[in-house]
Design a protein around this ligand. Structure first.
Ligand code: CAA
Length: 379
């Protein structure tokens, strides 16, 4: 694997870094504090082309390789982790799944608007009783006339409050095969769809996560994504891809934790010296930086496999597992270096510590990643 970035990747990374420094960081803490959705930032990301990174040029995007996507997500996450997941779900789940599995008509309808952020996308697989066991979902779709009627409750929908369209999974009513489900592109304005709850989360406050209820929601058959019964393959294939984005989000968050720890260790005095002069702090910083680089390299490797069209399910699970756990450990150690001040909302590390916690939960818990990795090794 070549880890030297090419010209286009370097340009995108620099652009995202500049945007993060000058546009995101100045407003990030206020957005998070007020639980405000970052719609102005998303508009600016569309102007820069970022919102169309999973959209081919013929549909109005700038379709880049997976590594570029990871580079951009790392930069955004370093500035505001909540914005990174808003973007990752829109791009790596919503746009990606339509581009991979959609018809020309579906691509023409949704992708140009998504690339310009005129619509925001979401991905709705989980349910109150179907999280890790994703195929245990209870939402049903029943053939009715030229379409389907969907009934059920979906939970933990990132972007749920602000999304205009959802990739939504449901099971054909009355069918007993656990794995047979359908994927649909369901629009927010379809009758019977209601945002039934906004989650009061521990972190990532400017990314709004919701429950949605579908009560006899009619969807035309033109909204079926892929083939009838192909839903599980679509869900898991897209999650394989988007986990590279969550790994990159974790790398960005861990990098910021390290930066905050280094900065604080130069400022804080104890026993007559800056605490950066103590080996206890130096060793923590050395370990944090080493784990961060290892997480980034695993993320780049998964992206590289995806870009070379090699199977990457195991590699993306490894990257997501290691990077999300690294982000949590790095947030813990960075907060430890801040001492009691790290427990105060006055310091940014307090927010990073809370934001890190979800990384080893969503898009498949660490335990699910281990299942995926070990299945590949033992099959
Ligand atoms: N690619 C394509 N197809 C795949 C696949 C993959 N990587 N993995 C499995 N499949 C297919 C299988 O071939 C099977 O199809 P057939 O029956 O036709 O053969 C079907 O999908 C079901 O596969 P399994 O029998 O392996 O399924 P399982 O019930 O044993 O579960 C699992 C496997 C890995 C545990 C899976 O359930 C899983 O990944 N769970 C975690 C779910 C998850 O990540 N949820 C995140 C929600 S989205 C979210 O968080 C987004 C957000 O908003 C931030």
């Amino acid at each position: 694997m070549n880890t030297k970035l090419n010209e286009e990747q370097t340009m995108l990374k620099d652009m995202a870094n500049h945007f993060a420094e000058h546009e995101i960081i100045p407003v990030a803490r206020e957005l998070e504090h007020n639980h405000d959705f970052p719609k102005e930032l998303i508009k600016k990301m569309a102007e820069l082309g970022i919102m169309g990174m999973s959209v081919p040029q013929e549909y109005g995007g700038i379709k880049t390789d997976t590594l570029s996507m990871a580079l951009v997500i790392e930069e955004i996450s370093r500035a505001l982790p909540a914005l990174a997941v808003v973007f990752s779900v829109h791009s790596s789940l919503f746009c990606y799944s339509i581009n991979e599995f959609g018809t020309h008509e579906q691509k023409k309808k949704y992708l140009p608007l998504a690339a310009q952020a005129k619509i925001l996308g979401a991905f709705s697989l989980s349910e109150p009783e179907a999280g890790s066991d994703a195929t245990a979902l209870k939402t049903t779709c029943e053939k009715k006339g030229d379409g389907y009627l969907i009934n059920g409750i979906k939970s933990w929908v990132t972007n749920g409050q602000n999304a205009d369209a959802f990739i939504l999974f449901a099971k054909p009513k009355g069918k007993s095969n656990k794995n047979k489900m359908n994927a649909f592109i369901v629009e927010k304005n379809f009758p019977g769809l209601e945002i039934s709850k906004i989650e009061d989360k521990m972190g990532l406050h400017s990314s709004l996560t919701t429950e949605i209820t579908l009560d006899n929601c009619p969807v035309p058959s033109s909204t079926l994504l892929g083939e009838e019964g192909q839903g599980a393959q679509i869900a898991f294939r897209c999650l394989d891809y988007s986990r590279i984005g969550i790994a990159a989000q974790s790398v960005g968050l861990a990098r910021r934790c390290l930066e905050e720890a280094v900065k604080y260790s130069h400022q804080r005095q104890a026993f007559g010296k800056n605490i950066s002069s103590f080996q206890a702090i130096q060793f923590k910083i050395a370990d944090m930086a080493t784990h961060l680089d290892a997480a980034r390299l695993l993320t780049y490797r998964a992206a590289d496999y995806s870009d070379k069209n090699q199977p990457f399910s195991k590699e993306s699970a490894m990257a997501k597992l290691f990077a999300s756990e690294t982000a949590n450990k790095t947030a813990y150690e960075a907060l430890q270096i801040h001492g009691g001040y790290g427990y105060s909302k006055e310091f940014y590390i307090e927010q990073l510590y809370r934001d890190a916690r979800v990384l080893s939960l969503y898009e498949g818990t660490s335990e699910i990643q281990r299942i995926i990795i070990s299945r590949h090794l033992l099959k």
